[in-house]
Design a protein around this ligand. Structure first.
Ligand SMILES: [Zn+2]
Length: 287
């Protein structure tokens, strides 16, 4: 494995024998860093091939799903979250992760990655776990949604829902499947599963209670989105979707508003749900 030019290597680790995990990071300042030119593998949709000689994993043993994690920005421990996600999911499924951690730790950034119109090429799924609420440029936001509109699936986590929150355009929210602009206090929230037969909820216990996390207020569930699980506000008694799927112009998107705390990323149930979401959005759940 090799890094693309312009990106500094923070970690190159191999988990569970096969899960490749690369991380690139910049400091959010102008650095001249180039975006990783994604591998020119064809955009795999449909069933995963049975991987010959690959390790048997509980949830998916086919050829590696190529996943790009995009992370960075305000308010969360993204290095740990990325490590926990990559290693935890890698125990359950054959997934090859590349990680882009860019934009610093503030609330606004435009990362170089998206200047390449083909930034998502070669990936089976993109995981958005970034947090830039004050970035508002519609042209920039559409560079991201355009790749998904063109067919690259996504899993969206926690502060991705408040990313581009101050933007006037709705493109990002339509892609997510939810509109959320604030959250309530941290607590341990029971998760009520509303779509137990959906592949994303496979083997998620019906009595799951989150570790200490934030409840995001969902103002709107978009018409092509479907809630898979909800939690109840301790303040208002209102039920809010906390896990959902969205059909974004024919592209699969799965989301969760949980994922604030390190404890949540240490929770095997949360990791299993994310693994299910990666497998399902990438179209490999029947493989
Ligand atoms: Zn948070």
């Amino acid at each position: 494995m090799k890094l693309k030019p312009g990106l500094s290597l923070l970690a190159a680790l191999i988990f569970a024998g096969t899960t490749v995990f690369l991380m690139a990071q910049d400091d959010g300042k102008k650095s001249g860093a180039k975006q990783p030119a994604a591998a020119k593998a064809k955009n795999a949709k449909g069933k995963g091939k049975k991987g010959k000689g690959l390790p048997k994993k509980e949830l998916y043993s086919g050829e590696h799903i190529k996943a790009l994690i995009i992370t960075g920005g305000c308010c969360h421990n993204y290095i740990f979250q990325t490590y926990a996600l990559g290693s935890g999911v890698g125990e359950l499924a054959n997934v090859e992760f590349q990680v882009v951690n860019m934009g610093g730790r503030g609330t606004a950034a435009k990362i170089d990655l998206y200047n390449n119109p083909n930034w998502a090429d070669g990936f089976d799924v993109v995981i958005h776990n970034e947090c830039f609420a004050k970035t508002t440029d519609p042209e920039y936001i559409r560079k991201i949604t355009e790749a998904h509109r063109a067919g690259v699936p996504a899993v969206v986590v926690h502060c991705a829902m408040h990313t581009y929150r101050d933007a006037e355009v709705d493109d990002w929210r339509e892609f997510l499947g939810v509109t959320s602009k604030k959250h309530e206090h941290k607590s341990e929230y029971p998760v009520k599963i509303t779509a137990p037969d959906h592949p994303v909820m496979k083997k998620i216990p019906t009595d799951w209670v989150t570790p200490t996390d934030e409840l995001y207020i969902i103002e709107k569930l978009w018409p092509n989105a479907k809630a898979l699980a909800t939690s109840v506000s301790e303040n208002t008694g209102k039920e809010h979707p906390v896990i959902w799927v969205n059909d974004f112009k024919g592209t699969r998107v799965a989301g969760t508003t949980y994922g604030h705390s390190d404890e949540t990323f240490r929770d095997p149930v949360f990791i299993r749900m994310l693994a299910n979401a990666i497998i399902w959005t990438a179209g490999k759940d029947e493989g």
